[in-house]
Every structure is written in C-alpha cells, then in structure tokens.
Design a protein around this ligand. Sequence first.
Ligand code: TYD
Length: 141
Amino acid sequence: MSSFINSISKPTIIDLPKFLDPRGNLSFIEEENQIPFKIARTYWIYDVPGGEVRGAHAYKTLQEFIVALSGSFDVVLHDGNKEQRFHLNRSYYGLYVPKMYWRSMENFSTNSLALVMADKSYDENDYIRSFEDFRSFGNEK
Ligand code: TYD
C-alpha cells in the first residue's frame, strides 16, 4: 500500500488518475492505492429531487470515499466542533470521509450521481442518526 494514502486520517479531496483521450476520458480507483482502505461495499445515490438532503448521520467505524460521477453536490462534514463543506463536481477526484464525522449530502444538481465506496458491509448499528448523540459519543472518546 502507498504510505501516503495510508497516512490520510482527515477528510481529504483525493485526485484520481485521469487518462485524457479524444475517445473519452478514463479514471479509476484501486483499493489501498488511490483510497486508504479495502472496499467492502459500493452504493450510489441518484434521482435526488431538488432540495433534498441525504445522509445526515455519522458512522462509528465506517470509512467512505465519495465521487460525483455525474453532476454535482455538496458533502458537509462536522467533527463536533466545526463544519467543512466540499463541493464535488468532477469524476476525477473524490472525498475521503473518515469515521466519526457527521455528514450530509445536499445541493444535488439535476441528474447527479454520487458513487460511494465503503470499507464495511451495511450495518445499521454503525450509524449515529442524532446529532446530539454524535456530539456526546465524541465526548466519551
Ligand atoms: P441510509 O444510509 O440511511 O441513507 P440516508 O442517510 O441518505 O437516508 O440508507 C437508506 C436505506 O437504504 C437504509 O435504511 C437501508 C438501505 N441501505 C442498504 O440496505 N445498504 C446500504 O449499503 C445503504 C447505504 C443503505
């Protein structure tokens, strides 16, 4: 594994390889190479009506990597003290989201497609779905 990728522990925009080609461009992601974990699950969010917000929750242990394969949206991250907003609008970079960040996805453009890679299978017990619980969970650490 690349030691640079392995050392990432904060929310980080990661540029992906980009092969520009007159026939159409190509980018890719290899687990533990472009992103700092092994991929256990991939899901995608699509057909989001204007103004809707997805994913207002935190994960106790899950890490994710989010790419705007099409269109654009914002990922808003809160660490319990401060908020950061990341605008994703190209398919050749993505956002690494470590565990224990409150995260929302909003401002979806028409026909946007959010691809999410995660390091674990779906587990409802890993979710923290109340911001108050998230803050108190963080304080207990
Ligand atoms: P959820 O992550 O709660 O989405 P949001 O926070 O945007 O509302 O997912 C919605 C539902 O989809 C969840 O209740 C169960 C199901 N789901 C799966 O079965 N597998 C998955 O990988 C994901 C992400 C969700």
